[in-house]
Each structure stands twice: as C-alpha cells, then as structure tokens.
Ligand binder design. Sequence first.
Ligand SMILES: NC(=O)c1ccc[n+]([C@@H]2O[C@H](COP(=O)([O-])OP(=O)(O)OC[C@H]3O[C@@H](n4cnc5c(N)ncnc54)[C@H](O)[C@@H]3O)[C@@H](O)[C@H]2O)c1
Length: 495
Amino acid sequence: MAAVNGSSSNIQGVPTHVKSICCIGAGYVGGPTCSVIALKCPHIKVTIVDINPVRIAAWNSDVLPVYEPGLDEVVRECRGRNLFFSTDVDAAIKEADLIFVSVNTPTKTSGVGKGFAADLHYVEASTRRIASVATSSKIIVEKSTVPCRTAASMRTILESNSTFAADGTQISFQILSNPEFLAEGTAIRDLFAPDRVLIGSLDTQQGKAAANALSEVYENWVDRSKVYQTGLWSSELSKLAANALLAQRISSINSLAAICEATGANVDEVAHACGLDGRIGNKFLKASVGFGGSCFQKDILNLVYLSESLGLKEVSDYWHQVIKMNEYSKERFARKVVSTLFNTITFKKIAVLGFAFKKDTGDTREAAAITLCKYFRQERAFIAIYDPKVTTNQIMLDLTEPGVVDDAEAVRKQVRIATSMQDACDDAEAVIICTEWDEFKNASKQEWEAIYKAMKKPSFLFDGRGIVDTKMLREVGFKVHAVGKGPVIVDPVWA
Ligand SMILES: NC(=O)c1ccc[n+]([C@@H]2O[C@H](COP(=O)([O-])OP(=O)(O)OC[C@H]3O[C@@H](n4cnc5c(N)ncnc54)[C@H](O)[C@@H]3O)[C@@H](O)[C@H]2O)c1
C-alpha cells in the first residue's frame, strides 16, 4: 500500500512510522508535551496549532504563555527546526500522520450536567475539523482528559464524515487514548521521565498498529517497559481515576488536619507517621488550605457525573465528598482568619502571598487564593496580593464576578497587586500564605523581621501551606496559625 503523507509504510491505512505530528491546542498540556516530543524526536515535524492567535504569538515570542521550569530551553532549541506554532489548523491537520487533540475540557457551566459534566464541545469541534479537512489516513490521539467512551463519539463523527484520498482509497482514522499525567510546575521533568505512558486502543489489528506507532514516538526517550498499552476505555477511565485517587489523599489529610487543630495533634507528624507505612507511602499527604488547579476538581466532578449517569448513586456520592471536603477546607481556613482577627476584617488590610494554585506555575485555575480573596472581599477587607509569576490582569480577572455590573471597579478599589512580599505586607494586619513558593518558604528571619516591623500590631500570619518555620516566626513576634497545627492543649489531668 502507498505511503501516507510521508509516513514510510502503513497497515490498512494506519501510518506506522510517524513523521509529522499536529497538536490541536497550545495550552498547558499541548505546548509543553509536544515541545518535548520535538526535542526528543528531531526527525519528526511537530506543529502545535491553536485558534487563539494571542497564545500562538506568545509561543512564537520570547515570553511563552506558560511558565514551566525548563520549558524556555526546550522551545528555544527546537522552534524553527522541527517545532512550529501556528494558527493554520487546517494545514497542520492535512500534513500530519498523527494528531494530538489537546484542547480544554472544562466543567459545563450550563445545560444538562451543569457544574459536573465535562464540556466536550472543543473536542467535538476539533474532531469535526479533522474529518472535514483530512485528505489522508491519520491516527487521532485523545490527549485531553475526557469521560469514559468519548473515543466512541469521536469515531462516529470521523467515520460518518470520512472521504476518499486522491488515489481513491477511503481515508481511515484510528483513535487512541493517551492521557497526560504531567503536573504543572514539574511538567518538563515529568515529560522527560514519565512514571508511565498510557496508550489505549481498540483491540483490532489496526488499533494495535496505531498504538505501536505512537509507542515508537515515545520510545525515542522513554523505556519501552514504561509504555503501558490497554483498551481504550481503561485508558480514558484511568486518567480520571488517578486524579480522583490523588485528590482523595489530599482531602483525607485535610479532614485529619481539622481534627489535629481541635486536639493539639500536629498534622505533619500524623502524615509522616502514616506515610512511613509502605502500604500508604508519603506522597500527597501534605495538609493545606485545599487543592486547586484545572484538573482535580474538574475530573472528579466528571467522575461524579459519570457514576450518576450510570445509576451508581453511592459511587457518585463517595467521590463527591472529596470535593465537598476541599470546599470545607478553604472555608474553614477563611473563617479562622476572620475569627482570629477579633471576628471582623472589615476595612482591615490583608496581605495574600501567592495566587497561583501551586508553586512554579502561573496557572490560577481553581486556586485556593481565589476562594479566599472572594471571601475576604465579602467581609469588606482591603487585600494586597503578591505572586512571583501571576500577572495583574489574571488576578483581576479571577476576582471579578462575571455579569456583576461595576464589579471590576469594586475589585480595583479593594484589591492592590504588590510587587514584593514586603510591599504586600506593609501596614497589613495579617499575612496569608496561599501558595508554597520557595521565595516564601526560604525567606530569612531578617526578611520576616522587616515585614513584621512594617505591619500593624498584633501581626498575624496564617500559613495555608505549612511551609514556614512557625517557631522562628513566633520568635519574631507573629501570632501564627498553620493548617493542622492547633495550640497544644494541656489536659487538666496532666497539668
Ligand atoms: N493542565 C494540566 O495540568 C493538565 C494535565 C493533564 C491533562 N490535562 C488535560 O488536558 C486538556 C488541556 O488542558 P490545558 O490545561 O492544556 O488547557 P488550556 O485551556 O491551557 O489549553 C487548551 C487550548 O486549546 C485551544 N482550543 C480549543 N478549541 C480549539 C480548536 N477547536 N482548535 C484549536 N485550538 C483549540 C484553546 O484556545 C486553548 O489554548 C484538558 O482536557 C485537561 O483536563 C491538563
């Protein structure tokens, strides 16, 4: 059979050696993932496309739209060599033998499944685009996190719209699931050395051929033993399951943090003691104000919706509780701030350190800081925010309630973006640490002394990430509250 679009051979229309890749969606996943593929596979042409021209212009500039340690170096080495960023979606689809669909799948905000189900219209639009412009057979790879059996819908769309190639043969599409497990902040490290690469395919000769072709791409730098091939549905469900299990650990330790505060136990000691058990392990047991990020909440809500749609109410309730515990953690922390500041923060200045959902990323989606700042705004506090990587525009956008008239103006009156920790804390009554940036964790005693000096007295510090040395800060003079570390209660029997 004739070669397809530069791929050296094919099995019944499936490209077997990938020469050209298109990635639809130049976001937090598509950008870093396909840049690393370009770096590790100099013989493959990689084109990352997006309908957002501002994002593509940023990828082609010196200031990339995504902050990730190590990403600049990767892009600098490959861009213009075998890595291209473009808004010409159709041209890139036509040229590719393999297409990653890496578009956003946010939680639906209206219609059936509102607040729970994944909004798949970006995935569907990309699939329809592929079907309408492709002139040769292709491997289509779901990179986005999608509910179980989405590949079946993609297949129906592609097959109902497939046409014939110039030589008269029918174009065929093979769909694979290849969920991305990278974590923002460590994306490049995760992509260079993944724990596993999961590839789901149909159990047919063509399905397996497509999975092997994708595996061959990864095997340019990932050991074959780390590539795990499964069925399509297992692969799709495994991504939701992995995020649900990780988030469940955070909600579990946060529920125990509340008990620690009430009893005088120390959550770090409890987490360490539990983590020493090899069956439990020590990862994802750090108590905090709550988890954020674009994935955990969205993917668990997706799982909740999926279970409910399948008539599995108890399963749905079980996973929903992980989200409810996270909401509770954020609210409990915010209430603690107000009650400690003598039950009112009206017209008081609160310094918020960190706005990103975690360190080493500029991503603020579902960040705990957003919930806390909205709570503080309702209590009519003045807020000064400092984050090393999040832009002023992004913070203002996140704090504005869409559709509320004059809200942007109100936010500007109540919120100021500071240029440093010291700048945020000057004249404040309380400091709230929302993100575990190293800059806050590693601040010296002298720096904290200068901050303390410039604050109103008494000066409160609330550590929502458990990163600061509470003993040192108390020596400086702060009144400190850290999640999961209550005051030591002396039992009258022992006193
Ligand atoms: N962010 C993470 O850490 C992470 C990790 C693993 C998986 N995921 C999953 O990966 C997917 C992408 O996430 P993200 O964080 O990169 O999202 P993102 O919003 O940063 O990027 C998605 C991009 O797709 C573009 N897009 C949407 N429709 C398009 C179309 N029809 N044609 C071309 N471009 C289109 C958007 O303009 C946007 O730039 C989601 O399903 C997410 O759940 C995310």
